[in-house]
Design a protein around this ligand. Sequence first.
Ligand code: NDP
Ligand code: 2IT
Length: 449
Amino acid sequence: MDAIMSHIKEKDPEQHEFHQAVHEVVESVKPVLDRNMEYRQQAVLQRVTEPERVIMFRVPWMDDEGQVHVNRGFRVEMNSALGPYKGGLRFHASVNLGIMKFLAFEQVFKNSLTTLAMGGGKGGSDFDPKGKSDNEVMRFCQSFMSELFRHIGPNTDVPAGDIGVGAREIGYLFGMYKKLQNEFTGVLTGKSLAWGGSLIRPEATGYGTVYFAAEMMNVKGETLENKSCLVSGSGNVAQFTTEKIIELGGKVLTLSDSSGYIFDEQGIDTQKLEFVKNLKNIRRGRINEYVNEFPEAEYTPVDPQLSYNPLWDHKADCAMPCATQNEINAEDAEHLVKNGVHLVSEGANMPSTPEAVEIFLDHKLLYAPGKAANAGGVAVSGLEMAQNSMRLSWPSSEVDKRLKHIMKSIHKTCLDAGTEYGVEGNYVAGANIAGFVKVVHAMLDQGLV
Ligand code: NDP
Ligand code: 2IT
């Protein structure tokens, strides 16, 4: 195990997020390797940590003033043992190869847990959509797809959204793919309803994160009713996490963006959430505008001098981080524990640092890692692919029923794997083991390819 980690670090010393994600999985699956001595000879760890293919390309585009810009595009096709590569595209200034590889790596095991036939991949660009006009975003998406189209396809690689890629971007990307390929197919998920999208896909990640939390509570004979929750982010995942918590009788106290966070002691109700959706999805504004509309709430801007995020320092029952990686550090985790939080369900990918995770596990919190808790999004993407193949669409009640069923089954799979390998109640180890075992079996069945 140590040899694997040092090999990966030596090869790509700057890919810290990738090292972090691999380290966690390698730690969890030690007992699996101990039970299956042939895995060493088969070099399964080396094989799952090396992407099958990495595509990196230039994305030139012109802004509204005629100025040309160049961004870098990526698609990491990590593992196709269980199906076509599947995973989102992220447009954010921080995107680099290490972040793409960590996300693609997590995606492999997450997709494995969904029970659907999907391999894992991830892509994106260091393009920053903030402050760009619709036309600039369209030209960027078209340029991005003019290279990506030759690498993807409904049975090869099926991208979707992630940070900075929502319905608008998926529309522009799909339009360009269709033009270049002269084919109308389900090559992307998260499409609009009128042209191949699935009902409940926009809601799925957030809803699934809350369904998973409800399952964990159920084991302890609890429900989300009257529970107060700290939610971070204010994008797709945060909005629908909030919506489902409200529906189940809980109370959401916070939302954030990269500039700061709002704290609303009275709770963000349906009407306030509608304001946030309009603010973020249509007007593309900042979360601080919330307090102009609802003066009972407080806004706190990000203070770069602080070593912790004050959002996590409020009394509450639950925390659902829905913004980005490593947004909860050890100090934040200590604050959560001190404030009475006893459940953490991750809507974002790898939002807790390894030190924070250790604190959650030491204090026996109900802690669900992103690859289990946020799998509802990609699961409904899988259902969108199924509907596209059949050229029909299911009603929302049907998709939601399947989503609930999938989240319930992921929860059980994690618990069962934990029990089987002597780490009862540890959802991190459970998710990693169950996700890994299925992928490795498929890889070994398919020979050395
Ligand atoms: P959105 O772009 O819709 O929203 C992202 C939110 O997180 C925004 O509020 C954004 O603030 C904030 N944010 C992003 N980057 C940072 C940063 N570096 N520091 C602080 N805040 C940040 O993305 P999603 O809601 O789709 O994604 C949120 C998380 O959920 C990500 O980790 C993503 O990988 C994960 N996820 C998403 C799925 C999906 O289906 N969309 C599925 C599974 C996981 P700002 O506006 O200031 O950038
Ligand atoms: O991280 C994720 O699971 C996503 N961004 C969704 C991927 C997908 O293919 O729907």
